[in-house]
Design a protein around this ligand. Structure first.
Ligand code: GLC
Length: 542
């Protein structure tokens, strides 16, 4: 077993974690200050979302320099100190690589757009005419450039031009940037939006899939044939032989394809696939107002499929990140008790087979933000989705219902440290409002409460990190067609654990005899019955 299989990963969104300068934006010194907190969660690594120089059109996912820290976050010295301080606590730092695109302010793009024959002329994707592809944040995926009198392609915002991976010089430059961070001692990489790096050789106009006459670029370019050749090269040239882990973000790669992507035959150590978090979009593009209802059995199947597909490899277990709404408001029926829900999901997070990824605030039971108007949201994709809903004929009120449910800003409100002004996040004005519940939901309060979500996370994490069965035991789902309960076991030799979760708001009987010989280890209700109460979740040992 590798070090990154034995402990969890804690994801930090530095902008919203802890501000030590009073400018309303979190920073690296804030992360250094809270390393003991991260350690208390049993994490072996911290994944930092991008901290590189950026105009922040997409909050750091638009990078203007791959090897420099944005001054808002601190300096390279701060970063080196973070690596050292984290290491002394048994924590490695994982960087985010955003290699599908750069910022339009990156020196490479500025050169590329200056003429059709400069040395970097084909470092990006230029064309004389455009297709009907819609970018992921809305609007055409092609942007006209006056200087070159051509269009360039952008999968995301127009300020995020796509790099041309067909050009070996581009790939070399990206590998060099990766080595820069490896030399500083990072523990791994989360690799952003990697499925889009290979474009179909011939651009074809896609089938029209929306009323605005456009076809999502996701459907046109995700996981195009030939992409694995690039990634094999990346692995061979950079990652092979390093004591790090790689985890790729790969919307569009499904459990049935996982064996090509992870493990012995694959290109990464782990892969974030989207089946369970995107189930309401039925494997389609995330158009929020088109979300559909789904059955619990379908959701369980997505988890089981990826568990079985990674039997010989490894899986990153996650319900939240900086792009997803808060999980307690996503995966349970309305009327569910939020604290029970947070603990129930935590039970799944720490008992599936794989490395648990905790996203800041998840361990406190954060819920979605409730901003009033679309203008209160900062996130670029929120605007895109709102505009799409309005273009489809929804009223402001109807569109806002979906914004509140799915906006990425739900996950980006500042971390809540205590009950003081701005939840102890900043002494200035927070860049995004603090969630209004901060006086009852924050680290200081939860540390003191033995029954808090935070202390439940700590107990579960300690249980998982010290238990071979939970780390490497085989997964088996029981009663897959049940629409109320999720039950699965983890087995190693003669040892067996079982997790059982009630997804409803009423009592549900457990299957007969299922608890024979079982001892409850931990659960979100203190005592034990032979049925499960609303949102009850427990782990049993046999
Ligand atoms: C990934 C990131 C997301 C970003 C996008 C474009 O999906 O997680 O935050 O907006 O890529 O880089």
């Amino acid at each position: 077993m590798e070090w990154w299989q034995k402990k969890s990963v804690y994801q930090i969104y530095p902008k919203s974690f802890l501000d030590t300068t009073g400018n309303g934006v979190g920073d690296l010194r804030g992360v250094i200050k809270k390393l003991d907190y991260v350690k208390s969660l049993g994490a072996g690594a911290i994944w930092l979302t991008p901290i590189y120089i950026s105009p922040m059109i997409d909050n750091g996912y638009d990078i203007a320099d791959y090897t420099a820290i944005d001054p808002r976050f601190g300096t390279l010295e701060d970063f080196d100190e973070l690596i050292r301080e984290a290491k002394s606590r048994g924590i490695r730092i994982v960087m985010d690589l955003v290699y599908n695109h750069t910022s339009d302010k990156h020196a490479w793009f500025i050169e590329s757009k200056s003429s059709r024959d400069n040395p970097k002329a084909d470092w990006y994707i230029w064309r004389d005419d455009k297709t009907n592809w819609r970018s992921i944040f809305g609007g055409s995926a092609w942007q006209w450039c006056e200087e070159r009198q051509q269009y360039y392609l952008h999968t995301f915002a127009k300020e995020q031009p796509d790099l041309n991976w067909e050009n070996p010089d581009v790939r070399r430059a990206l590998y060099d940037a990766t080595n820069f961070w490896l030399d500083r001692g990072v523990g791994g990489f989360r690799i952003d939006a990697i499925v889009y790096i290979k474009k179909p050789r011939k651009f074809i106009d896609g089938a029209i899939d929306s009323e605005d006459g456009m076809s999502s670029i996701h459907n046109m370019t995700a996981a195009t044939d030939g992409i694995l050749d690039f990634l094999r090269e990346f692995k061979r040239e950079v990652f092979d032989g390093c004591d790090i882990f790689t985890v790729a973000e790969a919307n569009g790669v499904h459990p049935e394809n996982l064996s090509d992507w992870v493990g012995e035959r694959g290109v990464f150590d782990m892969l974030f696939e989207f089946s369970h978090v995107n189930i309401m979009f039925n494997r389609g593009v995330e158009i929020w107002h088109r979300a559909q209802l789904y059955k619990l059995s379908e959701w369980k199947k997505t988890l089981t499929d990826s568990q079985l597909a990674t039997r010989e490899s490894w899986y990153p277990i996650y319900f939240e990140n900086h792009d997803r709404p808060r999980s307690i408001d996503t995966f349970f029926p309305s009327g569910t008790d939020k604290i029970l829900a947070a603990k129930a999901l935590a039970i799944i997070l720490f008992t599936l087979r794989g490395t648990p990824f905790i996203y800041q605030g998840e361990e406190l039971g954060f819920g979605n933000a409730e901003f009033k108007s679309v203008d209160d949201y900062d996130d670029i994709s929120t605007r895109g989705n709102y505009n799409l809903a309005r273009a489809d004929g929804l009223s402001d009120k109807q569109a806002m219902k979906f914004v509140r449910k799915f906006s990425r800003d739900n996950a980006r409100t500042p971390m809540q440290w205590d009950s003081s002004e701005n939840a102890g996040f900043t002494s200035g004005e927070a860049w995004l409002p603090v969630h209004e519940d901060f006086k009852i939901c924050n680290v200081e309060i939860e540390e003191r409460d033995d029954n808090s979500v935070l202390n439940f996370y700590r107990r579960l994490s300690a249980l998982r990190n010290s238990n071979e069965v939970l780390i490497s035991g085989d997964y088996e789902e029981l009663y897959p067609n049940d629409e109320e309960l999720y039950i699965f076991t983890r087995t190693l030799g003669a040892k067996k654990f079982m997790a059982a979760i009630n997804f409803t708001t009423h009592n549900v009987d457990l299957p007969a005899q299922i608890l024979d010989g079982a001892k409850k280890i931990i659960g979100n209700y203190a005592d034990e019955k032979n049925y499960l109460r609303p949102t009850e979740a427990a782990i049993y040992e046999f």
